[in-house]
Ligand binder design. Sequence first.
Ligand SMILES: CC(C)(COP(=O)(O)OP(=O)(O)OC[C@H]1O[C@@H](n2cnc3c(N)ncnc32)[C@H](O)[C@@H]1OP(=O)(O)O)[C@@H](O)C(=O)NCCC(=O)NCCS
Length: 168
Amino acid sequence: MPEIAPLSNDHDRAGFDCGVAELNAFLKSTARQHVKKGISRTFVLTDQESPAVIMGFFTLTLCEIEAESLPSSYARKYPKHGLPAVRLARLAVSLKHQRKGYGELLLAEAIHRTVLISEQAGIVGLFVDAKNEGARSFYEKFGFASLPSASLQLFLPMKTLHAANSPT
Ligand SMILES: CC(C)(COP(=O)(O)OP(=O)(O)OC[C@H]1O[C@@H](n2cnc3c(N)ncnc32)[C@H](O)[C@@H]1OP(=O)(O)O)[C@@H](O)C(=O)NCCC(=O)NCCS
């Protein structure tokens, strides 16, 4: 059974390979440091049979978004200053486990946790910087929309987040 839990020292960070060196290096060398410093939180997907093996991970952090960077239909609803938001700072699935639905599973958990944050503190949405066109297509499948000024920067507004988090 796959399970998603906070990254800990019990997980084999060095053994993870998603094919993108920057993401592997973040998990290996930076993710735990950022957790300790309170900069971000990283969650890993493992299987109960091999609990140390990381099949995928995501990282959430908080950020500030300028209203003018949003599509105009959203921008006009907000005051013209920095708005609170959650950023999906990293998302990756190991090469061995890609295209089996685990990216979708991790994204659903990230959305669930973003909704919990919104209930406690208030945010305007979930933002992500896609690494490339393939990653952009992946996010668009789940309702993310590109920001007008940068097509690899995407966001999921609160209404879509709540819909995605509701049981079907
Ligand atoms: C992008 C990534 C997280 C997707 O995870 P995954 O486990 O392979 O994706 P899933 O199996 O959950 O796929 C979910 C859906 O997205 C689609 N999808 C996945 N990767 C895609 C890609 N590169 N381009 C287009 N669509 C893609 C799948 O076809 C699937 O759609 P379907 O259900 O209609 O078939 C994974 O491929 C990865 O880690 N890539 C390397 C790192 C990376 O680019 N991370 C993104 C950082 S911004």
